[in-house]
Design a protein around this ligand. Structure first.
Ligand code: ZN
Ligand code: FE
Length: 269
């Protein structure tokens, strides 16, 4: 994927706006303009916008209410253009998107490309772009979490494996902007899968410290996730062996390993 650099050198600011119990509504600000991703609630976004930002765009990754509940109110209040998945029903949308489409935001000088990443929902999309000359990022909604992934509400393990595989080929320095603060709980489980993983042990310490200070554990970085997220490591021998120990039958494919891990995680307390 060839990403297009920002058209102006002004720095962009990336902010996770907390919403509900554990959602993040990602905001990018630049030149007095802003975009938000997955505004499940308009109120915390308006608190930022009303300080004097022009909201140019609302990017939606999937149809769940905790990602779309504030879309209509924000659109009505600000006139921001609403981008969202072509193959899902949303409360409001101006521009339907699927893989191969792009989002050009001249007010922000930013450009995003769209990936289809079904699995959590059937039409889930991601937005990939550069927020600095050399700083890629992805808004991945509820598909990839730090040390975890979304539950399969509407998709199959094979779809999710393919979707995570697409994300996994982005540059390792890509900032991973997930929509929930699930990291600490995910890591407790990931340490059951790979207790000997030194990178995961280090991430666990970092996350414990961040949470103790009330700070977000996100964005993550793709390189870190490739080292610490079991769902991106289904071909790794230790992860395969750990999954096999949970399974009654031989796990003969990456999809079977993934499905076993997903089931294990669903049951993990
Ligand atoms: Zn969701
Ligand atoms: Fe969600």
């Amino acid at each position: 994927m060839k990403l297009i650099a920002p058209t102006t050198a002004a720095p962009a600011t990336l902010t996770p706006i907390p919403a509900f119990a554990d959602n993040y509504i990602w905001m990018v600000q630049k030149n007095g303009h802003a975009l938000v991703v997955d505004p499940g609630d308009a109120t915390p976004v308006l608190a930022w916008i009303d300080q004097g930002l022009v909201l140019d765009a609302i990017l939606v990754t999937h149809h769940h209410n905790d990602h779309t509940g504030g879309v209509r109110a924000l659109h009505q209040r600000t006139g921001a253009r609403v981008y969202g998945p072509r193959h899902e029903n949303l409360p409001y949308r101006d521009v339907p998107l699927s893989e191969g489409d792009s989002v050009d935001l001249p007010g922000l000088g930013l450009h995003f490309q769209v990936l289809d990443i079904p699995g959590h929902t059937a039409g889930h999309i991601a937005y990939v772009g550069l927020i600095g000359a050399d700083q890629p990022l992805i808004f991945c909604g509820d598909t990839l979490f730090s040390s975890g992934c979304g539950r399969l509400f509407e998709g199959t393990p094979a779809q999710m494996v393919e979707s995570l595989g697409k994300i996994g080929t982005l540059p390792v320095k890509t900032l991973v902007c997930c929509a929930h603060e699930y990291t600490a709980a995910n890591i407790r489980w990931a340490l059951q899968v790979e207790p000997e993983n030194v990178a995961l042990q280090a991430r666990a310490r970092e996350v414990a410290e961040l949470r103790a200070q009330g700070k977000p554990t996100l964005p993550s970085r793709l390189g870190l996730e490739l080292q610490t997220n079991p769902f991106l490591r289904i071909r790794h021998a230790d992860v395969r062996a750990a999954a096999q120990r949970q399974a009654a039958n031989p796990l003969s494919s990456p999809e079977a390993v993934f499905a076993c891990l997903r089931h294990w995680k669903n049951e993990f307390k």
